[in-house]
Structure formats: structure tokens, C-alpha cells
Design a protein around this ligand. Structure first.
Ligand SMILES: Cc1cc2nc3c(=O)[nH]c(=O)nc-3n(C[C@H](O)[C@H](O)[C@H](O)COP(=O)(O)O)c2cc1C
Length: 386
């Protein structure tokens, strides 16, 4: 029987050929916000590997919102053509391509991860053309003891920001993206507005939960109005965070997002106080965020995408079989093995596993398989299996 993982799914006018999604991941290779050959090679390889939906990393709607000087941008029309080169290649291989739009707010302006991911000061020149790099946020509260204090956004800053998300949405459509995701997680700007810790405003954008949700809901409403009706809209949330945001509040938010025409909630967590990606010091179990996707799916009645330490084929399949999510997003495991799908299909006993990858590879791998040589053995050194 065909697995659920390898079954297509239709969302609005888009059919994904399987349920495997490349999770959005910053690659820190942009040049003043422009994609480079790196991005074509990087995203292209996952399409060649058969991923159903390839997400391009968090791409900023405003140069001030870049997490680092090497983030991708979508704040001006000049970005459309180089991004279109990537969407066109990915789609030519039968994969769909999405883009995550983001703004890091008070968490912008850092060095690269391998340079320590340190908050940079106001002397750091901006990403676009060495302009001043201003930090903005809902309130003048720094993200950490080491970070600079952001400027509290005025009401006209908020209006201008919503317009920037809208303009970036139109550019994403022109660049040929199939799916748009709004980054509302990991302690970045929209999440900062949701959080009673980061947002201590006394106007209509702060205080009650309704007021803290207002900026997100207005942004989503504006984006949905501009994003074509046949194209799916995703929102990534931190379903819970370290500053008291609860899964119950997420369910309330997601019901509202659904009413505004959001199709899929991408369920991540954290990032308000700590780094959001599970690593050595922060070591949860396999699929540690899957329960959030399950709760949101059940209680808000909306499609969900699960993410976080989903590594194994049978693990991914069981998430779908158990109705915990409708899509599985895979991040670092895909960096480890861009041909993860072929391996997963083999493990799930799918037919035609070599059809999953480009014929340039599949044709030869099929021939090799027909010879009966085994792959997973180290005995060749000893001449046993030849
Ligand atoms: C290098 C790197 C960059 C990331 N960049 C983003 C990003 O741009 N947007 C986002 O929402 N999450 C980002 N994440 C989080 C991933 O999308 C994913 O949620 C996280 O890595 C957990 O999934 P995994 O265990 O499959 O890697 C990033 C993670 C990594 C490792």
C-alpha cells in the first residue's frame, strides 16, 4: 500500500506530490539581500531529491528585519528576477516552492552563527546599501542583556510595516512562488507583538490578547487579500514559548487565522527567551513539537505541518497516519541527506523509489539496483560482497 508520506495532497489550487517539506532554514549566503548561485544550487538540490514542497528560508520584508547581514530580502523589485530563477528551476523538477517572509524586529542585527551569533551594535551598517540599521519592536525592551534596545514602533510604523509585508507578498507572487509562509514564531517581530513579555504597549496593539494579536491578524489579512486565492498561505507559530504563551492561546490564534484564509499552521515553538532550535544543551526527543501540531489540528480544525527532529521515515509516516499533522517539515536531516526521500521510500517499501529523484540519477540507480549489489554494507573492503 502506498504510504501517506508519498501520497499527494491538494491545498487550494496546488497539489503537492508528497507530504515532505523542506523546512525554511537560513543559509546566510545572500549578497545585500540578493540570492546568489548558492541559493540556486542549495534549493535546486532538494527539488532534484524529490521534496514535495521546498521552502526558501526566512526572507525579509524590510532590511531592518534581517537577522544577519547575509539574509535574503524581498523589500524591493530587483529581487524578483533572481528569485524567479530559483522558482523556475525547482518547479521544472516537479516540486512546489514556498517562501517564508519574516522580520526579526528586536532580534535583528546579529553576526553569523559560526561567528558566535552575537548581537551587533548600531555601528553595524545595514544590509541594503550600508544604511543605518535600526532595531524596531513593539516596545523599547531588548531581546537579551547583550542586545540593543529597539525603537518602539509608532502607529504609522505599524501601518508601514503591514504595507511592506503586502508589497513583499506581491513580489513573491511575481517571482513564481506557489506557497507563502508568514513567520510568526521564534521570537521575531510578529511573535514579539503576541508576547506579553516583549509587548508592553498601552495602545490598541498591546495589553489584552486581542490587542497583542492585532498586528499579526492585520498583517495576515492584508497578505491574504494580495496573495492569489488559488495559492496556499501558511503561518509558522511558536505554539508555546518560554515567556508564558500557551498552546490554548495558540488554538485561539489559529482559529482566527483560519477565518482569515490561512491554510496551514506550521507548528514550531520557543525563541522568545532562548534559541529555538534543539541542540546539544537543549535536547528534547524525536518529534518534540509534534504534539503541538496535533493539538492545533484537532482543536483549531486546520491543516498543520509538524517540525522538529523528524528524522526517520517510519516516524514521519506515523505522524501522518496518527492524524497528528498533514505535512512533515524536515530541516537538518535534509541537510544531512538531500536525497532523504529516496531512502525513506526504500524503508517504507514504496514501489519505484528511483522515480522519486531526477531521471539523471534514477536511471543509473535503477540499473545498479538490478545487479543486486547491496548498498548498506561495509564488507566491500574485504572483498566479500563483490
Ligand atoms: C541553519 C538553520 C536555519 C534556520 N532558519 C530558519 C528560518 O529561516 N525560518 C524558520 O522558521 N526556522 C528556521 N530554522 C528552524 C527550522 O526550520 C526547523 O524548525 C528546526 O531546525 C527544527 O527542525 P529539524 O530538527 O528538522 O532541523 C532554522 C534551523 C536551522 C538549523
Amino acid at each position: 500500500m502506498k504510504s501517506k508520506l508519498f501520497s499527494p495532497i491538494q491545498i487550494r489550487g496546488l497539489t503537492l506530490k508528497n507530504r515532505v517539506v523542506l523546512s525554511p532554514m537560513l543559509t546566510y549566503e545572500a549578497d545585500h539581500g540578493f540570492p546568489t548561485d548558492w541559493h540556486l544550487a542549495h534549493y535546486g538540490k532538494f527539488a532534484v531529491g524529490g521534496v514535495g514542497l521546498v521552502f526558501v528560508e526566512s526572507t525579509k520584508v524590510d532590511p531592518r528585519g534581517c537577522t544577519t547581514p547575509k539574509d535574503l530580502g524581498l523589500w524591493k523589485d530587483e529581487f524578483i528576477a533572481p528569485l524567479a530563477r530559483i522558482t523556475s528551476f525547482v518547479k521544472s523538477r516537479g516540486s512546489a516552492i514556498g517562501i517564508q517572509l519574516g522580520h526579526s524586529g528586536r532580534k535583528a542585527r546579529n553576526s553569523l552563527p559560526w561567528q558566535g551569533r552575537l548581537p551587533l551594535g548600531p555601528e553595524q551598517k545595514g544590509v541594503d546599501h550600508d544604511e543605518e540599521w535600526e532595531l524596531i519592536g513593539p516596545s523599547a525592551i531588548a531581546a537579551s542583556a547583550k542586545s540593543s534596545t529597539p525603537k518602539e514602533m509608532t502607529l504609522s510604523d505599524i501601518r508601514a510595516q503591514i504595507d511592506m509585508w503586502g508589497a513583499a507578498t506581491l513580489r513573491a507572487h511575481k517571482a513564481g512562488f506557489d506557497v507563502l509562509e508568514i513567520h510568526c514564531a521564534h521570537g521575531y517581530l510578529l511573535h514579539q507583538f503576541l508576547s506579553a513579555r516583549a509587548n508592553q504597549r498601552t495602545d490598541q496593539y498591546g495589553g489584552s490578547m486581542e490587542n497583542r494579536m492585532r498586528f499579526t491578524l492585520e498583517t495576515v489579512e492584508h497578505v491574504r487579500a494580495l496573495w492569489p486565492a488559488q495559492k496556499p498561505l501558511f503561518v509558522r507559530i511558536s505554539a508555546i514559548d518560554e515567556a508564558g504563551w500557551s498552546i490554548e492561546e495558540s488554538v485561539v490564534l489559529c482559529k482566527r487565522l483560519k477565518a482569515l484564509g490561512v491554510d496551514v499552521i506550521d507548528c514550531s515553538a520557543g525563541g522568545m527567551a532562548e534559541y529555538s532550535i534543539a541542540s546539544g544543551e537543549n535536547r528534547p526527543g524525536y518529534g518534540y513539537q509534534v504534539p503541538h501540531a496535533e493539538t492545533v489540528k484537532r482543536d483549531a480544525g486546520i491543516l498543520t505541518m509538524a517540525v522538529g527532529l523528524i528524522i526517520h521515515a517510519d516516524q514521519a509516516e506515523s505522524i501522518l497516519q496518527n492524524n497528528q499533522a498533514d505535512l512533515v517539515a524536515i530541516g537538518r536531516e535534509m541537510l544531512h541527506n538531500p536525497n532523504w526521500l529516496m531512502d525513506a521510500a526504500d524503508k517504507l517499501n514504496e514501489e519505484g523509489i528511483f522515480d522519486l529523484v531526477a531521471e539523471n540519477y534514477g536511471y543509473w540507480l535503477e540499473k545498479r539496483a538490478s545487479t543486486g549489489f547491496k548498498r548498506k554494507t561495509s564488507t566491500w573492503l574485504h572483498g566479500i560482497d563483490h
